[in-house]
Design a protein around this ligand. Structure first.
Ligand code: IMP
Length: 206
């Protein structure tokens, strides 16, 4: 099985990547240096891609500094974008969730409830950086619903779902089948599956 290091402090993101890519033959392990998840500086930027590329650049420097440049590294940056509040919370999604929470978002909205999630995943293959994007269109619910998932999941109803259930009312598999992260990671898998022999990701188990 091939191993991918995932640089994230978010257990929800890690679990989703493990659940999706594990059965496809990729072991996703948290990226650690000396047993710790390294601190990464996120730049102030209006663009998830800029943030993801800044994170992967720092991660690759850390790999190089620890003589692990041949290893793979995955980072991702995600955001919720609400149609009636252009670019909000967007790249500030983490800050807004921490400060006003899902309840605060619900208070801001009236009739217009369209929104989408976007994930930009950047992968260091051991030789180069590749970028994969996934989006998921949906609506912000009128109330908090469900116990699964993380972050904004209890208020996001994906259009591709089968009713008015939020991500937090879905199993991990069901969320992944239609989510922004699921789409980005399936694109990453398809890339690896097509080009894996050339990209230098070491096999831990032949
Ligand atoms: P980050 O900057 O990519 O870590 O994520 C921004 C914010 O969006 C964090 O507060 C996450 O909890 C939230 N978030 C990211 N992905 C998801 C998701 O799939 N569902 C719900 N919230 C998410």
């Amino acid at each position: 099985m091939a191993t991918l290091n995932f640089l994230t402090g978010n257990q929800g993101k890690l679990s989703e990547a493990q659940d999706l890519l594990g059965p496809l033959g990729y072991e996703i392990q948290p990226f650690e240096i000396d047993g710790e998840i390294p601190d990464i500086i996120e730049p102030q930027s209006e663009s998830l891609t800029t943030v993801a590329l800044a994170k992967i650049a720092q991660g690759v420097e850390l790999l190089a500094a620890s003589n692990r440049l041949h290893e793979s590294l995955l980072v991702e940056d995600s955001g919720l974008f609400i149609d009636s509040l252009p670019e909000f919370p967007g790249v500030y999604s983490a800050y807004v969730l921490k400060s006003v929470g899902c309840e605060g978002i619900l208070k801001l909205l009236d009739k217009e409830r369209g929104a989408h999630f976007k994930t930009v995943a950047a992968l260091w293959t051991g030789q180069a950086v590749e970028v994969f994007v996934g989006t998921c269109m949906g609506q912000i619910s009128t109330e908090i619903k469900g116990q699964e998932g993380f972050g904004y999941d209890p208020i996001f109803i994906p259009n591709d779902g089968d009713g008015d259930r939020t991500f937090a009312q879905m199993s991990a598999d069901e969320k992944s089948s239609i989510s922004h992260r699921g789409r980005a990671l399936r694109a990453l898998f398809e890339y690896l599956n097509g080009t894996e022999p050339d990209v230098g990701i070491p096999k831990t188990d032949p």
